[in-house]
Design a protein around this ligand. Structure first.
Ligand code: ADP
Ligand code: MG
Length: 681
């Protein structure tokens, strides 16, 4: 008997080679396979008579193949083979291109099911390259066919056949408590799994999908709430807030904005309480989050505790190092950097000095959450640009030092309602003001007729001493996608418009060291123009850079465009953002309009959600932030609200999920983020 957690190797037709391929799709066991949901469906259940159709309709027909009527070469390399078909409505033709071998394969005087798009030629129905199958008791044509996301070497047919082996075994235990199943009339789990892979009709598909989405959200919400409950009972180190920190704030080269004052007060309240802080700091690009982190971390230092700040890229970590050292080193704070490219010797020294407490502040990337990093007395963890890290990583860092406070900073403005739902485990502070005297960035959207003028304009700016970014969606040329690649644009521009300027290429395939060298030369203004992929997106601060041009702007999410735009307008110079929209679609121009009309990140995020869905806000689905396989945050927001409500209800009734009816969902919650919940023990 096959069980849900059995490896796929127990299925028919799965050898060692295939297992590797499946693993690359993240498919290890039967559960993974059954939860490998279709990307889309090919609905072949639209049965019609040949002459009851409209042109271009996709339909399936039950026909008699009368016989072959032509098999000829139209020109070199182009053969056409046609068959006469008929049903009770009349006679038609089905034709295939370059499939000569069908001559012997398709049998005359035989009934077939054929499925495809309907065309008409000289009044006669014509099907071109349809799918076909001899009619039998077990036809695959005629159903709603699942289309799976695939990788090289795995076909849709193969996945379908694997699923066929296990789909009727009813392997899942019901996860959702019975009470909720009844209350919402949810489809039972195994039934839903069957209908998501092999929907019998549209209604059943929707019922199946809704149920599975509800389950994902319910588990997610329970997991998030339990994390929060865990935090609520965990004690934090209590930091004293006294004059020394206010003197420091007074000594800064600028006055804090109202918004900064407000969030700082919220943070101080947390840090000085007995409770462990777990707070999300939201603020638009350029609203001044870094200084908040510096102040909080200095407070930690004044109280004799160490602190860390983790950034998503080395470039950003190095920039933080500079800002931190400039303000804090004169005050006796010892600050170090730990990143992937840190030499072994340096790393060993840093690890030593962290343990003996002589390093006060550690700045770094993912390298910070490695197991061998130990502190003497960690008081505060800051994570910058948190949308780049998943919940799991957040938790990892949290567990490093059980009583250290946590501050996560995000520059991806999330509509407040959504934030409350997604970050139910965090308290939220928002900086809602911008530093004064910021010149608005002028934003324009252009099409290809204006590209040369835009490039010329950039030249003029460079001649004035400014610097510029050009952003492209790809690194290298692609055969499948007709998009601008950074490589190609870089080569063209350095031969042409910008041949007399220092221009450099920056992309994610370069080593961390190469990347930071490029950035260093740009910061020193040795390089005037950087052609880059979106690695530049997060947090980079070069005040002299005053212009950014984004190729294929239609390909980016608005939140992402807003982030990119935030790379300029950081200094005294008037700055510009040029969005090169290469699409003609109306929606793409609507989206550009949102960008040219507003510089308010929260407004833009809301519009983005309206126009394109949440995928853009959180980056790709695969980012693993939420472990959602089927649910879509914008489409399913209503289901999410109910799931949140019910998660709250469940925990109110039974915080430890100890009752029998919660046994399965408790297990699912535990597996979801692979997190240990103290409260469940
Ligand atoms: P972000 O919130 O995007 O991380 P930063 O922290 O990088 O923004 O701040 C952007 C710039 O604004 C920095 O150069 C910083 O020194 C400056 N800044 C921050 N707060 C203020 C303020 N209250 N007044 C003036 N400038 C400020
Ligand atoms: Mg920042």
């Amino acid at each position: 008997m096959i069980k849900i957690d059995d490896s796929l190797q127990y299925l028919k037709g799965v050898g060692p080679k295939k297992i590797k391929k499946y693993n690359s799709l993240d498919l290890q066991n039967v559960r993974d396979l059954l939860e490998y949901y279709p990307r889309s469906y090919d609905d072949q259940s639209n049965f019609k008579l040949l002459y009851n159709t409209v042109p271009n309709e996709k339909a399936t027909f039950d026909v008699l193949v009368v016989g072959m009527i032509e098999n000829r070469n139209i020109r070199r390399n182009l053969n056409i083979i046609s068959f006469l078909i008929e049903d009770s409505s009349g006679k038609g033709i089905m034709s295939f291109f370059n499939m000569r071998y069908l001559k012997d394969k398709i049998k005359p005087n035989t009934r077939y099911l054929v499925s495809g798009k309907v065309g008409r030629f000289r009044g006669q129905i014509q099907l071109t390259n349809p799918e076909f199958e001899i009619k039998s008791n077990e036809n695959s044509i005629g159903n709603i066919k699942a289309i799976y996301p695939l990788t090289k070497g795995v076909t849709n047919n193969e996945i379908t056949k694997l699923i066929d082996q296990v789909i009727n075994l009813n392997l899942f235990d019901e996860v959702i408590p019975e009470e909720l199943i009844n209350k919402y009339g949810l489809m039972e789990k195994n039934e839903a799994i069957k209908n998501i892979h092999k929907p019998t009709n549209r209604r059943n598909y929707l019922l199946a999908r809704n149920r599975l989405v509800f389950e994902e959200f319910l588990i997610f919400q329970l997991a998030i709430f339990l994390m929060k409950k865990d935090d609520d009972v965990s004690k934090g180190v209590s930091l004293k807030v006294d004059n020394r920190i206010f003197d420091f704030i007074d000594s800064l080269p600028f006055e804090l904005t109202k918004g900064q004052d407000k969030v700082l007060k919220e943070i101080f309240d947390d840090l000085s309480s007995e409770k462990r802080m777990n707070r999300l700091l939201q603020g638009d690009v350029g609203s001044g989050k870094t200084i908040i982190a510096i102040i909080a971390m200095y407070l930690s230092y004044l109280n004799g505790y160490q602190s860390t700040i983790m950034a998503p890229t080395e470039i950003l970590a190095r920039q933080h190092l500079e800002s931190f050292r400039e303000l804090l080193e004169p005050l006796g704070v010892n600050i170090e950097l730990l990143v992937g490219s840190t030499t072994k010797r340096n790393k060993e020294r840093i690890l030593e000095e962290l343990k003996d407490g002589s390093i006060h502040i550690l700045i770094g990337t993912h390298a910070l959450i490695e197991d061998n990093v130990e502190f003497k007395n960690l008081g505060l963890n800051v994570t910058d640009e948190q949308h780049r890290f998943g919940v799991r990583q957040r938790q990892n860092l949290n567990t490093k030092e059980k009583d250290a406070h946590t501050l996560v900073m995000s520059a991806t403005p999330i509509p407040r309602t959504l934030a409350l739902i997604l970050y139910g485990d965090l308290s939220i502070s928002t900086i809602d003001t911008m530093p004064p005297n910021r010149k608005a960035i002028e934003t324009i959207a252009i099409n290809n007729t204006m590209l040369n003028r835009a490039l010329n304009f950039i030249r003029q700016e460079l001649l004035k001493g400014r610097q510029a970014y050009i952003i492209c969606p790809l690194i290298e040329e692609s055969e499948v996608l007709d998009l601008n690649s950074a490589q190609e644009v870089y080569e063209n521009l350095s031969l042409d418009q910008f041949k007399d300027f220092q221009i450099e290429l920056l992309h994610g395939k370069m080593s961390a060291k190469e990347k930071s060298e490029v950035m260093e030369r740009f910061e020193k203004s040795e390089t005037k123009l950087i052609v880059s992929t979106t690695v530049i997106e997060v947090g980079v601060n070069v005040p002299n850079a005053s212009i950014i041009l984004i190729y294929n702007a239609e390909r980016f999410g608005l939140a992402q465009l807003h982030q990119l735009r935030g790379r300029v307008g950081r200094g005294e110079h008037q700055s510009y953002c040029i969005l090169y929209n290469e699409s003609k679609s109306e929606i793409s121009w609507q989206r550009m309009k949102v960008m040219t009309e507003s510089t308010d990140g929260f407004y833009i995020a809301n519009k983005d959600l309206e126009l394109r869905g949440s995928g853009d806000i959180f980056g790709t689905r695969q980012s693993g932030i939420m472990n959602l396989k089927l649910a879509d945050l914008s489409r399913d927001i209503n289901i999410l609200k109910y799931a949140q409500l019910e998660a709250k209800n469940i925990l109110n009734k039974n915080i430890k999920l100890s009752e029998k009816e919660y046994e399965n969902i408790k297990e699912a919650v535990r597996n979801n983020f692979k997190v240990e919940y103290t409260i469940l023990n």
